[in-house]
Design a protein around this ligand. Structure first.
Ligand code: NDP
Length: 494
């Protein structure tokens, strides 16, 4: 969006212009040793003020518990500061740019990175303040410092020893580093939100959520993007038709996607980075890309590694307490979110569960209810809606066709309905980009097992559709529900 088109009634603020009050208590890093340690007691200590930790702390305080929440960085965690919020705002910016560059091409309408980042920073700063205020209103004591588990029931923060019968680890996760020679030359998704200007070209390593979202967003901001995916398709956990449609859409936007490309080396090269890769499973010495082993390379001004996130647990003192790990390296918890140590719980990205903000929040609230209040209703994690905020966005709930066929035992027991259409929004923008709707249905009962969409509106529609799926919606319910026209959602209704 150009500056001229911004709403003049809502002046933009730089992050520094947004009030930073109120300030949490700060605990110095180095302590005076145990003899001089100050002790504080609480009912519940929460380590980590991200989505899960804040939700648990507020809910526990609402039940009357004395809560101390410890955070070493900004309140709000990955979601607010380095994840969902800044990413979604940039994705809006990229989407707006896509529409405007189509229908206002004669004006040269184009999203500007510097302008977009100022708006993102202001919103992140606003949320930091709002989160802090809400915690204080709830009566939660917020300590700023590095937490380490001591003896059971103890947490050390600087020169303080905090004591509580119940302790929650909500420490989140951090980007996994690229494990190849020169891997340190790659940046992570955390870094992108600090960029003041954009590289002209970017090699993105990974084929999951972050790789696809950032490749799509940054390409819309004018960066020349190469996406290096070691697998044979994008987003392997999504339905194959959806992933294939998205692949084609991204290629049509100029993103160069290299499948089966295993990155083996990064090397600095005259202010750029040389990225060496070879076909996955190939051996040295062959030729051609598919199935051979010849190493190829490309050069980009920057490299983004988006190859998963690992639970934050270094320096927490988990080993001394013998806290068990899960198969993927996160903290192992049972259905009650209990770790292997009595009185110690974990939620969110710090565990091996789905690394999603709403899951962490649901877990945090449920745990606080169970520990300090009534027994809360557990969220239904069988019907988690998923979205990738690329352009066009994709969203899913329920089973993919492949997963449904596997669960049913035979592919014939599953039926699918697939529709491709160009939305009015795209037509208005002069784009031929097709949207996609796919329903996976139990052929015998007519029950809808999965819904998958690609369209800018897909995440909003799938969120609402998740309720229908949970309640067992059947195809005839969709056919006999009056559609709202003209919408993209109506395409789901037969
Ligand atoms: P993902 O797990 O989504 O994807 C990781 C990708 O990196 C896969 O394609 C994987 O390939 C590849 N990979 C792993 N190791 C290597 C390697 N050594 N070399 C090359 N490629 C590699 O991780 P992300 O980092 O994208 O995101 C982390 C998590 O954050 C997600 O799982 C999601 O839960 C959450 N998230 C959710 C978002 C949303 O809800 N919209 C947005 C952003 C993040 P392979 O499949 O072969 O293992």
């Amino acid at each position: 969006m150009s500056k001229r088109q911004a709403n003049p009634a809502t002046p933009r603020k730089r992050a520094s212009q947004v009030s930073a009050e109120p300030v949490p208590e700060r605990v110095p890093r180095r302590g005076r040793g145990k003899a001089g340690a100050r002790r504080r007691e609480a009912d519940f200590i929460v380590i980590g003020a991200g989505s899960g930790g804040v939700a648990a702390a507020r809910r526990a305080a609402a039940h009357g518990a004395r809560v101390i929440l410890v955070e070493r960085d900004a309140v709000g965690g990955t979601c607010v500061n380095r994840g969902c919020v800044p990413k979604k705002m940039l994705s809006y910016g990229a989407g707006l740019a896509a529409i405007l560059s189509g229908c206002l091409s004669h004006t040269g309408a184009r999203e500007d990175w510097g302008d977009a980042i100022v708006r993102v920073d202001a919103e992140v700063a606003r949320l930091n303040v709002v989160y802090t205020e809400r915690l204080q209103q709830a009566g939660v004591t917020l300590l700023h410092g590095e937490a380490r588990l001591g003896a059971p029931g103890e947490v050390h923060v600087g020169d303080e020893i905090l004591q509580a019968r119940r302790i929650l680890l909500a420490t989140g996760a951090a980007p996994r580093r690229l494990p190849v020679p020169g891997g340190e030359l790659a940046c992570s998704s955390d870094d992108i939100f600090t960029w003041k200007s954009l590289p002209a070209s970017l090699a993105v390593v990974g084929g999951g959520y972050i790789a696809v979202e950032q490749a799509s967003i940054l390409a819309r901001f004018g960066v020349k993007v190469d996406l290096l995916v070691r697998g044979e398709r994008l987003l392997p956990h999504f339905d194959h038709d959806l992933a294939a449609a998205l692949h084609d859409a991204l290629v049509a936007q100029g993103i160069r996607i290299h499948l089966n490309a295993e990155v083996t080396l990064l090397a600095a090269a005259n202010g750029a980075v040389e990225v060496c890769y070879r076909p996955r499973g190939g051996t040295e010495g062959g030729n051609g890309n598919q199935g051979s082993g010849r190493t190829e390379s490309l050069r980009a001004q920057a490299v983004l590694a988006a190859i998963g996130r690992v639970a934050h647990s270094d320096g927490l003192g988990l080993e001394a307490l013998d806290v068990r790990r899960g198969t993927r390296g996160g903290i192992a918890v049972d259905r009650q979110l209990r770790t292997s140590v009595r009185g110690l719980y974990a939620v969110g990205d710090a565990t091996d569960g789905p690394q999603l903000t709403p899951v962490a929040i649901a877990q945090g609230r449920w745990l606080a209810d169970r520990l300090f209040g009534r027994r809360g209703d557990r969220a239904d994690f069988d019907y988690i809606p998923f979205a990738v905020f690329c352009e066009p966005a994709i969203a899913s709930v329920g089973l993919s066709e492949a997963a449904a066929a596997e669960a049913a035992g035979k592919a014939e027991r599953i039926r699918t309905v697939v529709k491709r259409f160009v939305s009015l929004e795209n037509r208005f923008g002069g784009s031929e980009q097709a949207s996609l709707v796919k329903l996976v249905i139990n052929a015998r009962s007519g029950r809808v097992l999965g819904a998958h969409m690609m369209d800018g509106a897909a995440p909003e529609i799938i969120q609402a559709f998740a309720v229908a799926l949970r309640l067992g919606v059947k195809e005839h319910h969709l056919e006999t529900t009056v559609r709202l026209h003209p919408t993209v959602a109506e395409e789901l209704f037969g």
